[in-house]
Design a protein. Structure first.
Length: 165
């Protein structure tokens, strides 16, 4: 029971959202489609958010706000997260389980794309995937966690045709 993802994002076209959702498919097992909010903000906004939510008063590239305490690699069942289930409505026409929000600083993404020598599109997608994995419970505090998360990130990026340059 591979997961289907739905993305709520005003900063990407429907085509871009569809491609990202398709590439994310299979990252988790779920009995209900998984909904994520993707928000783009300025350096000032992400710095304020980082300071308020994490007590870190610096600009960052991406912040993730999981809706619940999801466990990396474990199936996500609607009955285990009833407060996260949104009823059928809107463009999806079926119930979805809200995973959380991913906030990306576009300015920082542009800087990092130049710094790392790859496209802005690749950097934006990478940050989105990174944030989604955090919402799914993945982290990179230990070397083992970092390796597992990077493997998943690269798998999704390859599905998007955005390999490392």
């Amino acid at each position: 029971m591979k997961s289907n993802f739905c993305l709520d994002c005003e900063g990407l076209s429907r085509r871009e959202q569809s491609a990202l959702c398709k590439a994310l498919g299979g990252l988790a097992e779920s009995d209900i489609p998984l909904l994520l909010e993707l928000v783009f903000v300025s350096k000032e906004e992400i710095r304020a958010l980082n300071a308020r939510e994490r007590n870190v008063d610096t600009v960052t590239d991406v912040l993730s706000f999981p809706a619940d305490n999801f466990k990396a690699g474990e199936p996500i069942f609607a009955d285990g997260h009833p407060d996260c289930v949104e009823p059928a409505a809107g463009r999806w026409g079926r119930a979805r389980l809200y995973l959380g929000s991913v906030v990306i600083c576009k300015e920082r993404a542009k800087e990092q794309a130049e710094e790392y020598g790859h496209s802005y599109k690749r950097e934006l997608c990478y940050l989105a995937v990174h944030g989604v994995l955090h919402c799914l419970g993945y982290d990179h505090e230990t070397e083992e966690e970092r390796r597992e998360m990077r493997e998943k990130e690269e798998t999704v990026m390859q599905k998007l045709g955005l390999k490392r340059e």
